[in-house]
Design a protein around this ligand. Structure first.
Ligand code: NAD
Ligand code: LMR
Length: 342
């Protein structure tokens, strides 16, 4: 199989029947998130326990030796669903025929930075990768952007990939949703599995709005379970600034929780969200007054491989002010990368 993918491809081919395997590309595969993500994909947590995968892993040249170590460990894990592993530093090889792509590879921030400070360093990566997706990925490819600032990086990749429908370019705000669930679980003593429909509006940045108004906690409305001061104060602030808090505590950017959220995002997109509201950032089609094209996190439901933005939720003045704040920030980010948008 790796022979079909070009000279730079390195991998192994199993003797199993891989005619039904899907091609899953992961960039930055030798990084911290990659290390947690690949084992979840390989074990079937994302695409299902019956779905074989061909892993197509991209790194930059200085990361190729570490990637070889990751490849060895994946091989040593003997996952029945992994039909092939391709390791490459060529995006056109990594994205060849890809059905799902995790755009992770990029620099994380340090504790003195905001995520948007990364746009100059990371934005250009998504020009070349967007073009490569356009050239060689499956027309139906599903793309999740994790590398920060993820909304604007998804915007850049989308702009450079005109062949692929815009709705197939998403950015991850599921980690923020999971953090919101975690905070509610901790405060109420109710397990996370019984907390539903809290979701994120806007940018994966401190401006994000974790909206509790439609959430339920063990069947009760979150707005009845928690006091409003907490929901608009500590809860909102904790979720919005959790990335920095983790960096300060761990000395490194969140990785295992980010990988887990990326699995949740892609799994729900691929297999359906079972009627639950989930957070996904995708290019706006004017929903809720958000300017077209901005990659904005909305309440979504997934079914049959499609994302549908939940329409007509009532927006109160607080929610509107948060939506406006996020639109303003994303417009600024878009302005800063005009040169990368073709
Ligand atoms: P890391 O430094 O551990 O790994 C990044 C990897 O990407 C490295 O191995 C590096 O060699 C590789 N890389 C760099 N440029 C590349 C390119 N052009 N193509 C392919 N690979 C490339 O970082 P990490 O902890 O894995 O984080 C990766 C990104 O994810 C960061 O930008 C981080 O801020 C972001 N992140 C986002 C979220 C979110 O919720 N959206 C959460 C956590 C982290
Ligand atoms: C996170 O939310 O943990 C990531 O985006 C990393 C960061 O820089 O905050």
């Amino acid at each position: 199989m790796s022979g079909d993918l070009g000279e730079n491809a390195v991998g192994f081919t199993s003797k199993g029947d891989d005619t039904e395997a899907i091609r899953v590309a992961v960039t930055g595969a030798a990084g911290n998130i990659g290390y947690a993500l690949l084992w979840r994909i390989a074990s079937g947590d994302c695409f299902g326990k019956e779905q074989p995968v061909i892993l197509q892993l991209l790194e930059i040249p200085p990361g190729m030796q570490r990637l070889e170590g990751v490849r060895m460990e994946l091989r040593d894990s003997a996952f029945p669903l992994v039909h092939d592993i391709v390791c490459t530093d060529d995006a056109n090889v990594a994205f060849q025929g890809a059905h799902a792509i995790f755009l992770v590879g990029s620099r994380p921030r340090t504790k003195d930075m905001d995520r948007s400070d990364l746009v100059a360093a990371n934005g250009p990566i998504f020009v070349g990768q967007g073009k490569a997706i356009d050239e060689v990925a499956s027309k139906n490819v599903k793309v999740i952007t994790v590398g920060n600032p993820c909304n604007t990086n998804a915007l850049i990749a989308n702009a450079n990939s005109p062949r692929i429908p815009s709705r197939q370019f998403t950015a991850m705000t599921r980690l923020d949703q999971n953090r919101a669930v975690g905070q509610m679980a901790e405060r109420s003593g109710v397990p996370a599995s019984k907390i539903h429909d809290v979701f994120i509006w806007g940018n994966h940045a401190n401006t994000m709005y974790p909206d509790p108004r439609f959430a339920t906690v063990d069947g009760r409305r979150a707005t009845d379970v928690f006091d409003l001061d907490w929901l608009k104060g500590e809860f909102l602030d904790t979720v919005a600034t959790r990335g920095k808090a983790v960096i300060v505590a761990r000395g490194a950017s969140s990785a295992a929780s980010a990988a887990s959220a990326a699995i949740d995002h892609m799994r729900d997109w691929w297999q359906g969200s079972n009627g639950r509201i989930v957070s996904m950032a995708l290019p706006s089609e004017g929903w809720y007054g958000v300017p077209e094209g901005l990659v904005f996190s909305f309440p979504c439901r997934c079914q049959n491989g499609q994302i549908e933005v939940v329409q007509d939720l009532p927006i109160d003045s607080f929610a509107q002010s948060k939506i406006d704040e996020n639109v303003a920030m994303l417009m600024e980010e878009r302005q800063a990368v005009t040169g990368l948008l073709n």
